[in-house]
Ligand binder design. Structure first.
Ligand code: LLP
Length: 420
């Protein structure tokens, strides 16, 4: 077994069978993470719910797996919602997010009876009331609050601070106005609050601070408006392992801390503990995916560096160029060879910044070798583009030595199909 195996499948064989670049997703990994959520959160605590943040990776097959595992789905656009509708995902377990939902998206959500809509700004309230009235429905909502805490992550994926496009700020009485307004609306039922403080987080202190802030709000709205908070959704954001330091922490590291603080605050403020909901994305899928590439041109600049170019790059993985994200990789057909060269893995785009990995330790590398970049399950396929008119790779699902195609490779004609 000198090749690299993933999901008990030989990745070199997968590359031969399906071509490269290729996203490979392990169904077993997803199930393990869902099991961890069940054992360490859903079964451990009463009044809990977990939804998968589908923005991390969504296809019809992924939605089917999440439905089978019994988790709900966080969707953030009409497109994500439509995917869920197409596989008959249980609509009561859908949470619809977004900081600028369109009327059409709200209509799609309400018509399909989504379980909850998370209100990001008060403008949405009237739109929802109007649409819900039209369809004669009552819509459950949560207010997304910006708790005003700073998280330790890249500024593009930090969301809980005061200066953010997301959520309703705490400080201008807006929540009181919002609550007073919805309490009188016939077609809206306010269940509680939501916050999401950022992504790829490793510390639980920010969650704890945010829980305390929101618990303060729960007390305030109970005392002043008589509103009882039934649900609190604390978002996702749990970090995973990419390269170097930063091992994925067990789920309970975060959820025990969140639950502990929530229970403490509720006792302190004499509140009934609301249902606690979490919505991780990356943590469920990130380490469950790899990307396979074929190595092409190798350019050695003596005394400077060696660029090893692969047949993909920023169109299938924009994270290194967007967030300076770091990845680990292996040469899949030389997994046992000693790694004694240092190279830079470049993409094939007409763009200097299209570098997937700087300074990767590899064995002696040649054109035709297969490179596997690790932990590409989250925010790769879902953020892929057609930059330079490069078709999107296929996606293969592996489980216990078996592989199946779940998304076909895009063709040139696929890219042209809407053009007139
Ligand atoms: N809930 C809400 C409201 C969110 O905005 C997000 C992520 C999540 C849950 C899931 O967060 P996760 O558990 O996956 O960290 N494209 C970036 C990540 C953007 C995350 C946006 N919101 C990246 O590639 O790192």
């Amino acid at each position: 077994m000198s090749n690299f195996y993933f999901g008990e499948c030989d990745t070199v064989e997968l590359a031969k069978k399906y071509g490269t670049p290729l996203y490979v997703i392990s169904e077993d990994y997803i199930k393990e993470r869902c099991d961890e959520i069940k054992h360490d959160f859903l079964l451990k605590y009463k009044k809990t719910m977990a939804v998968y943040a589908s923005k991390a990776f969504l296809t019809k097959e992924m939605a089917r797996i999440i439905a089978r595992e019994g988790l709900g789905l966080d969707v953030v656009s009409g497109g994500e919602l439509y995917t869920a509708v197409k596989v008959n995902f249980p609509m009561d377990k859908i949470i619809f997010h977004g900081n600028n939902k369109t009327e059409e998206e709200l209509e799609l959500a309400i018509k399909n009876n989504v379980g909850r809509i998370v209100i990001d700004n008060l403008r949405e309230i009237d739109l929802i009331e109007k649409t819900a009235e039209k369809y004669d429905k009552r819509v459950n909502i949560l207010f997304r609050i910006s708790p005003g805490v700073n998280s330790h992550t890249h500024k593009y994926i930090s969301t809980g601070q005061v200066d953010s496009k997301f959520g309703i700020p705490l400080d201008d009485n807006i929540i009181h106005r919002g609550i007073k307004k919805v309490i009188n609306y016939k077609h809206i039922k306010l269940l509680g609050f939501h916050f999401h403080i950022g992504s790829q987080l490793f510390e639980n202190d920010t969650y704890i601070r945010a829980v305390r802030v929101i618990a303060g709000l729960m007390k305030e709205v109970k005392d002043e408006l008589g509103f009882i908070t039934k649900e609190l959704n604390t978002g996702g954001g749990y970090g995973i392992h990419y390269a170097g330091k930063g091992e994925r922490k067990p789920l309970k590291y975060f959820t025990d801390a969140i639950m502990g603080e929530l229970e403490k605050c509720c006792t302190e403020y004499n509140l009934e503990r609301p249902l606690l909901m979490i919505e991780p994305g990356r943590w469920i899928i990130g380490e469950g995916g790899i990307t396979l590439y074929t190595i092409g041109t190798i350019k050695n600049i003596p005394g400077v560096r060696t660029y090893v170019a692969v047949d993909g790059g920023m169109p299938d993985n924009p994270r290194p160029s967007l967030y300076s994200a770091k990845y680990e990789a292996v040469v899949a057909n030389k997994i046992l060879d000693e790694r004694n060269e240092i190279v830079t893995i470049a993409g094939k785009c007409c763009e200097t910044g299209d570098i997937l990995i700087w300074d990767l330790k590899v064995p002696k590398i040649e054109s035709g070798d297969i490179l596997a970049i690790i932990s590409t399950g989250a925010y790769n396929y879902s953020m892929a583009s057609n930059y330079n008119r490069i078709p999107k790779p296929a996606v293969v699902m592996v489980s216990q030595g078996k592989d199946k195609l779940i998304v076909k490779r895009e063709s040139y004609d696929d890219m042209l199909k809407n053009e007139i």
